[in-house]
Design a protein around this ligand. Sequence first.
Ligand code: ZN
Length: 400
Amino acid sequence: MRAGPSQEDIRRHNLGALLRHVHLGGPISRAELTSKMGLNRSTIMALTSDLTAAGLVREELPRETGRAGRPSLVVRPESARVYVFAFDVGPDRLAVARVGLGGVILDRRESVRDRGAFELDELAGLLAGFARQMRRKTRADTVCVGAAAAVSGGVRKGDGVVVFGPNLKADEVPFGEELGRRLGLGLPVSVGNDANLAALAEHSRGVGAAVRDLIYLHGDVGIGGGIIAGGHLLGGHDGYGGEVGHMVVNPGGRACGCGSHGCLEAEVGERALLESAGRVSSGQGRDAVRAVVEAADRGDIVAQEALSRVGDWLGLGVANLVNIFNPEMVIFGGMLREIYLGSAAQVRSQLTLHAMAPQRERLRLRTSALGDAATLVGAAELAFAHVLADPLEVLARANA
Ligand SMILES: [Zn+2]
């Protein structure tokens, strides 16, 4: 017979659950925690004192209660003291942030870069250098409890090796391990796919907070995605799931970087839009995409036709996803935000044509709330995940 959870297991679980409330929801009174967690007052008091003693939260009198009687203490995250490093390796920029418990960006470095792939050494060196600069400015009582990075491409489940991706020069790159070594904090660096992490960010802190079934579509040079089903990110058997950019929407269509033809990414990506609009030579990146949308708004026929064509393929892709996953919300992020805003009519009409009515009726289409910070915020959430799983153990190790 299998033994049930021990008292210690239950306590650890409850500490994590309480810290999660404070981390994601912000300051909250003991009374609210009691009702949200379904635990009695003395248990909540014991849990908050453990977390306070560890320096993860602090308790304060509320500023104003407006009610008679003894006010319930408010539990706040120690955002300035407990932090993680979040890294984002994008196609056009590198970003590093120091993110405090509670999701507060305390400090941030960013550098614009030319497109192309890095050697592992060069990339890990640059990112670790940014982190060191920020660390030098921290107070002595601060503690780094984790680190995580967002990269494009496939990240193997389990060991965080980047198996394929446009931003690293080799395949099977032990990126997390090398970055961890360069940081020299004695902390492992978790690695996740950028669109998957952006999906997690919108699900925990963005427009999809409290939505249990959502699909996030992210566009930059390529198109990535993250599928949250029943509150969990779908990773697939090896961790490479959610590659919605390579869903075929137009067999025999434009060639895709993956070797196939007519993938969503090939028909909707930045290159497809700029080529259709006859603007390949006038720059690339978000500004170039925005320029097409603005030209269409001003009545430029070529730009309007390009957007409308791309919007049709986008809508067809979304219809397939909606039929399969029945999400409550589809979120457009990265440059897909601009493309969706410029072609919402096409997207909706493809949904009407191809998505089944029961799946379509209550579907909400939204744009990213976190914008370009989504991948960085998602990386921070990945870094905090093990703290929320076992707060006291992680903090003890970080302080040691
Ligand atoms: Zn493809």
